[in-house]
Write a protein of this length. Structure first.
Length: 368
């Protein structure tokens, strides 16, 4: 009696009717691309800590956007240049004021109202304290107008991070669409886009930013973009798309002739469906990593523009404007605004950069 073939029990067409489904369902499935990337990211301790820090900053930005944090950053809640709590009130200034007071001289023979002066001065000081309610110290100190530096740093984080994310999204959108068109179609369309790319990259990056900033600040577009962060977002987005375009174009040139794209063409899928429905998901990891890299770069660029007076308007605050104000304060020995803005910016930028590196490692196809 001959034995049955060894694979007969595992072959679905040899199983009884209705038994193939449960057997196939019981077979183990390999995790998808995103599930594998998330598993590798969770195993990266530095990447997870960076993710927590970035999420905390984003929650803080959202709370500031809706008015739950730093809503009164323009209020003069403290004395001008009030130091941080850890420093305490400046005893040297108090000593200088005390030394500047005139000596106690009996003026009753000259001025009959002289005995009443101490009482009047005491009442005036009490009224001033009741009316102003200004603190001598604040958690992170105050600026030259008495505004809380901590509130300014939180509001500055909202502006700088929103500018960085919005500009990175705009640059990624432009670079992805143009790179997809140039890499997929090639020919004259690809040559035209390559010419545009070479024109943009032939001009030094910082000079192109300054030229566009001058156009938005004092050129014909100034009346249309007189306030808000839109000019900075447009400037950075229009200038920063070239790197994403180059990478996406190369990926599309590589994928356009692969079997799954040919199969989609055979079943009648159009150009748009093949470009954005089939190829785009397979190159999304490259786009995502470039997006995160551009967020960090654009935050730094916004800080530089605002520091030079070409960024956000004067009625707004960002990390760049705080650093510009701290320039003159540092000469007077008031270091807390510089330290606070630097600490917030360095913490977020470092965490985001480390998270970008972790994402790049997690989504690297060679590590799958």
């Amino acid at each position: 009696m001959s034995a049955a073939p060894p694979l007969a029990k595992a072959t679905p067409d040899l199983l009884p009717a209705g038994a193939a489904g449960p057997v196939l369902a019981a077979l183990p499935r390999s995790p998808g691309v995103w599930a594998q990337a998330w598993a590798r990211l969770r195993a990266d301790r530095v990447g997870m800590i960076s993710l927590v820090v970035v999420v905390a900053f984003l929650v803080m930005v959202l709370a500031a956007q809706v008015g739950l944090l730093a809503a009164g950053w323009q209020k003069e809640t403290g004395e001008p240049f009030a130091p941080p709590h850890v420093v305490g009130a400046d005893a040297r200034e108090q000593a200088a004021v005390k030394e500047a007071q005139p000596p106690n001289v009996d003026l009753s023979d000259i001025d009959p109202l002289a005995p009443r002066y101490p009482e009047w001065n005491k009442r005036a000081a009490e009224v001033k304290t009741v009316v102003e309610h200004k603190s001598q110290t604040l958690p992170f100190g105050a600026d030259r107008l008495g505004r809380d530096v901590l509130d300014k740093a939180i509001k500055g984080a909202q502006v700088s991070i929103l500018v960085g994310i919005a500009a990175a999204l705009l640059a990624t959108l432009i670079g992805t669409v143009l790179g997809a068109v140039g890499g997929y179609f090639g020919g004259r369309a690809g040559d035209l886009l390559e010419w545009v790319y070479n024109v943009f990259t032939s001009v030094p990056y910082i000079l192109l930013i300054f030229a566009l900033a001058a156009v938005f600040k004092s050129g014909p577009l100034a009346k249309h973009f007189s306030s808000g962060i839109a000019p900075v977002v447009i400037i950075l987005g229009v200038v920063g798309w070239t790197g994403i375009y180059r990478l996406v174009r190369a990926e599309y040139m590589k994928h356009r002739s692969r079997e799954y794209v040919r199969a989609a063409e055979a079943i009648g899928a159009g150009h748009a469906a093949r470009m954005f429905g089939h190829i785009l998901p397979n190159v999304s990891h490259v786009i995502l990593v470039q997006l995160s890299l551009h967020v960090v770069g654009f935050i730094k660029a916004e800080v530089i523009l605002s520091f030079l007076g070409m960024g956000v308007p004067i009625d707004m605050v960002s990390w760049g404007t705080m650093l510009a104000e701290a320039q003159t304060e540092l000469v007077l020995g008031k270091w807390w605004q510089l330290a606070t803005a630097t600490f917030f910016m360095a913490t977020f930028v470092t965490a985001f950069a480390l998270l970008t590196d972790a994402l790049r490692d997690a989504m690297d196809p060679k590590l799958r």
